[in-house]
Design a protein around this ligand. Sequence first.
Ligand code: C5P
Length: 415
Amino acid sequence: MTTPTVRQRRVLLVVGGGIAAYKTLEVVRRLRERDIAVRAILTRGGREFVTPLSLASLAGDKVYDELFSLTDEAEMGHIRLSREADLVVVAPATADLMAKMAHGHADDLATTALLATDKPVLIAPAMNPVMWEHAATRRNVAQLRADGIAVVGPEGGDMACGEVGTGRMAEPAAILAAVLARLDGGVGRLAGRRAVVTSGPTHEPLDPVRFLANRSSGRQGHAIAEALACAGAEVTLVTGPVALAPPAGVATVEVESAREMADAVDAALPADIAVCAAAVADWRPAEVRDAKLKKSDDGSALTVALTANPDILKTLAQAGPRRPRLVVGFAAETEDVERHARAKLAKKGCDWLLANDVSPATGTFGGARNRVVLFERDGGAERWPELAKTELAERLVARIADALEADTTAAVGAG
Ligand code: C5P
């Protein structure tokens, strides 16, 4: 199956003058990773925090910053600049920028473009907590909301200025989720669908201080959960121990062992979609000691008996009436990837299996990129190019939305 070509989505990004502007660079990177065009306007204040060069390099486009620059006007007038985008994003939106927007000022390129636009606008406020709580800011935010402007954040926590309170700009992932939801017309393609995703390794206790585990980072599973949520699905992410923050907009359940993961997945049903990206330990120590195992004085070897863990993917795929409509698994292989993946697809009974080569040379485990072949139950195979794990997640989610929108009996196995 070929991916249908779609018009490239475009964001006009206004970067205001705040320390949070450095986080905006990460938003630009993540938008570009998804092939969303980013054209940036840097305010005079914004220029104090990020350079036009860093913004232009990440955006892959010229950065605009002077209202009356004759070259800019000749190449791209401020009206065109504000109209060519699908969405205008202001991040960070400073107290001053918000005040100007609320009152319709147009005294530089950013405010003029914001006044001239006929496109939806999303702002990510960032300021000192006292400024955020000030009656003038409260009035301005209320006015902007009444004008139909969407607001993401701010969040609470430690501020760069040393104070604690609400005012930190939303994290890049939350801004990204808000942008993607709006680019999809505000209603994601998976709105109304429920999804359960497993991610990360499992830890199988041997005694109170030791466990069996593997090198899974959870990056792929977490990216899939986040991408499903961005597409409007109601997502439960069941994750083993990882060093990642829970994705925005996702109900995250943290577990340790495979048995806990199996129980949490079961509790998340019914679901329309299940994606098993966790590297579940196949075995666990048959006996978990109450006290720490001691070395023997004579240095003799220790034999640990292992017992099989429940296979969560297989259980889901063979759950009869409780089976999600689309069950997707991963196959991490180090050799003869395709042959093993086909056998696994049949054995587990899932609809799709994404096979990836995790031999050490590929750097897939713990890395930011991945290369998979998607095997379908009906025999189809799609070789995907090497992609960032976030991009792979987006592509998988688009593919899931296609399948669920298509004739369910033709596109999705019935179990
Ligand atoms: O059999 P194998 O571990 O290679 O299968 C990999 C796929 O099965 C992955 O999707 C993984 O999340 C899932 N799995 C599972 N429960 C297990 C073992 C694997 O859900 N106990």
